[in-house]
Every structure is written in structure tokens, then in C-alpha cells.
Design a protein around this ligand. Structure first.
Ligand SMILES: Nc1ncnc2c1ncn2[C@@H]1O[C@H](COP(=O)(O)OP(=O)(O)O)[C@@H](O)[C@H]1O
Ligand SMILES: [Mg+2]
Length: 385
């Protein structure tokens, strides 16, 4: 057990790291952050922030020696770095889970080999093999770079064969990646996610399934409880637990799911860390995803994930800052709302700057009011009912 008072190292310094620190502080832990990009949201609330490149071996060594255990808030960390750090201190989740989840081809191979439901897919490593892969999968389909994609980046949706006529152009558009995955575009009735926390001894606990609304491929809202049958919620939780066991996760695994027209859940992708669709848990669950992650990594007993109230979480992207700092008065004056801002300096378009969660016993009311608040902030109504 990593006792309270110990120091936890976090690789990555974004908002997920920040919320991990804020949750872990309440349990008496100290935090060191390793973030190559300079002053960061997690560093601002941590005991120490190291800004060095992942190729700086001396900085990695010093960082590892200064902490009791290492975890991460970002999965795209080079395997060599994880191996180097694990030789000095435990790195949780372990390399294998990260290695699989950070690469769409390995992720898809893992799902298929494990007999888990996933979308039909094919691989390509050149414009010519892309053409073959696209025609094998059919239309509509989506091309995704195998590594380093997030928030829909590195993806192209193709609706019809003529859009795949010039595969050289598509390949260049994707910046000539080493490899891509081509997926059948699934017509789905909704997107959902389940987060499972798991300890080294295999103890697991899941969070209530979230119903997720994406706008321009970026998560816009999470609605909890998800408006699906009990059976679908149970299936989602079982899938997340099975994946957590197969990957031997210590910490969290977030599983993104599609519900297809036949009522079947299909795994889209996994992330071995806290997830944007679990932010509702900070205010709406007895134990948040961030606290649960710290408990798993420190080998403490899990807290209850019971949902205290129906909730709707809405992301606040940099676009809202186009005319300067948004006017938070109406949001803050609504007693059902909790506002979270990440103190990121530059409010770029599409950048996650904060979120709010509205809690109300009536989920329909929560959704309508959260939408109304968001519309007022953004000056436009972007949400579909
Ligand atoms: N095969 C697919 N069928 C239908 N929708 C998809 C498919 N792949 C991606 N999408 C849509 O694009 C969003 C982002 O894709 P995803 O693979 O989750 O990448 P990331 O979240 O890493 O950007 C998904 O949440 C979903 O809305
Ligand atoms: Mg995704």
C-alpha cells in the first residue's frame, strides 16, 4: 500500500492530471508532475512540476526517484520511457495496457482476439493499401491514424467511393502516417461509456454508464444515468470489467461504446486513465473517477460509485472564450450547477477549458436546463434534443 503522505508522480499535466491531484490531495497525497510542454494545469496544483522532454533520461531518473509510485493522465507515452521508469518505481497502469490502448491497430487486434464486439476494420500502411482497405470495408467508413489521435484528430470519414478516388491525397492529408485503421462507420442510436476501476488484486468497481453526445467529434455532453435499459447498462459494465481484467489494468479503464440499431453494444475504443465522460462523477457520485484512480494506484479500498443524483456534464471549449472570458454569473447562480475551470492560459478553438455539471432529480429537466445554460453562454443552440 502507498500510504497517505506518500508522493504520487503523474506523467502528463493536463486537466485530467489536475483533477487527479485535487482528488488525491484530499486523501493526503503529494504530487509531482512530468510534463514536457511547460507550465501546465496539473503543475499549478501540484507540489512539483518537471518540464523536460521524454528523451531527457536524467530528468526521468530524478523524477522517478522523487516519487513512490508513478501513474499517468495521458496514454501516448513512449514505451521506452515507461520501461525506464518502471525499473525505478512501479508504473500503474502497467506498460502492456498502455501499449495496447495507445495504438488503434493493437487495440482492434486485442478486441477481436478476445472475442469482444468491435467494428469491422482493416489496416493500411500506404496509399495503395489504403485504397484496398477502404474498398474491403465499404462505405461509409472512417480512416483513423493508428497512433496519436484524439478528439477526432487524424480521422477522415468517407461517404462514397468517389471520396476515396485519390488515396495519395488522403494519405498526405493525414500527414503520411506509418499506419492507419479503416473502420466501417456504424449507424448507432447512441454513444455510451463505462469506466471500470481495478486494483492489482483484481478487485473491480464500475461507474454508472454515461450517455455521450459528441459535436464535431468532440465530447459535448454526458448524461447520467444513460437512457437505456438495465440490461444494456449491465452489458456495458460487464464489457468494461472484462477488458480491465484482460489488460490487467491497475487504475481506470474507460470503455467507449456504440449502441447499434439492433440494440448491441460495440466497443469503439478504450483509454487506461480518467476520461472526459467520467467528469460527472466528481459531483454526482460518492467517489469520483479521480479519487478511485488514486485509490487503485495506492492500493486502498474502493469507495462507493453510487450516483447521488441524475446529472448532465457539459464541456466548455475554447470557442466560448472568443469574445473574452464568458459571463459565468447565470451558471454560478443556478444552485444545481458545479463549475470546473482548468486555468489553461490559451483558449484555442476546440480546447477543453472547463466543464460544468448540473444535478437534478429529474434528468429531463437537468438536460433541458444544462442545454439552456450552454446556449446562453455560447449565444447559439448547438444541441439536438
Ligand atoms: N466507426 C465509427 N462509426 C461511427 N462513428 C464513429 C466511428 N468512429 C468514430 N466515430 C465518431 O467519432 C468520434 C471520435 O472517434 P474515436 O475513435 O472515439 O476517436 P477519438 O475519441 O480518439 O478522437 C466517436 O466518438 C464517434 O462519434
Ligand atoms: Mg473516442
Amino acid at each position: 500500500m502507498i500510504a497517505p503522505g506518500s508522493t504520487i508522480g503523474i506523467l502528463g499535466g493536463g486537466q485530467l492530471g489536475r483533477m487527479l491531484v485535487l482528488a488525491g490531495r484530499a486523501l493526503g497525497y503529494r504530487f509531482h508532475i512530468f510534463e514536457p510542454k511547460g507550465p501546465c494545469p496539473a503543475g499549478m496544483v501540484a507540489d512539483l512540476e518537471v518540464n523536460a522532454d521524454y528523451s531527457d533520461e536524467a530528468a526521468l531518473q530524478r523524477f522517478a526517484e522523487g516519487v513512490d509510485v508513478i501513474t499517468l493522465e495521458f496514454e501516448n507515452i513512449p514505451s521506452a520511457v515507461l520501461d525506464r521508469l518502471s525499473a525505478i518505481r512501479p508504473v500503474l497502469p502497467r506498460t502492456q495496457a498502455l501499449h495496447i490502448c495507445q495504438h488503434r491497430q493493437r487495440e482492434k487486434d486485442f478486441l477481436q482476439a478476445s472475442g469482444l464486439p468491435c467494428v469491422p476494420f482493416a489496416y493500411a500502411d500506404s496509399p495503395a493499401s489504403l485504397k484496398a482497405a477502404v474498398h474491403r470495408i465499404g462505405f461509409p467508413c472512417v480512416i483513423k491514424t493508428a497512433a496519436f489521435g484524439y478528439d477526432g484528430k487524424g480521422q477522415i470519414k468517407l461517404n462514397a467511393p468517389e471520396e476515396a478516388a485519390d488515396c495519395d491525397y488522403l494519405w498526405n492529408y493525414l500527414e503520411r502516417p506509418p499506419r492507419v485503421v479503416v473502420e466501417k462507420w456504424i449507424h448507432h442510436v447512441g454513444e455510451f461509456s463505462v469506466i471500470c476501476a481495478r486494483k492489482a488484486d483484481g478487485t473491480k468497481i464500475t461507474f454508472p454508464m454515461a450517455e455521450n453526445v459528441h459535436v464535431h467529434h468532440i465530447l459535448h455532453a454526458s448524461i447520467v444515468p444513460a437512457r437505456v435499459t438495465e440490461a444494456t447498462q449491465t452489458t456495458g459494465a460487464l464489457l468494461a470489467c472484462k477488458i480491465a481484467d484482460l489488460l490487467d489494468v491497475v487504475g481506470l479503464i474507460a470503455v467507449e461504446l456504440f449502441l447499434d440499431d439492433d440494440g448491441q453494444l460495440i466497443v469503439n475504443e478504450m483509454a487506461p486513465r480518467p476520461h472526459n465522460s467520467g467528469h460527472y462523477s466528481i459531483d454526482a457520485c460518492l467517489t469520483s473517477q479521480f479519487e478511485q484512480h488514486i485509490r487503485a494506484v495506492a492500493d486502498l479500498p474502493f469507495g462507493s460509485t453510487e450516483l447521488l443524483k441524475p446529472s448532465v456534464m457539459i464541456n466548455l471549449l475554447g470557442d466560448l472564450w472568443a469574445g473574452g472570458e464568458p459571463d459565468w454569473d447565470a451558471l454560478l447562480a443556478d444552485p444545481r450547477i458545479k463549475l470546473h475551470l482548468y486555468d489553461k492560459g490559451q483558449p484555442r478553438s476546440g480546447r477543453k477549458m472547463g466543464h460544468f455539471t448540473l444535478l437534478d432529480d429529474d434528468l429531463d429537466d437537468a438536460l433541458a436546463c444544462a442545454e439552456a445554460h450552454f446556449a446562453k453562454l455560447s449565444g447559439t443552440v448547438t444541441l439536438k434534443k
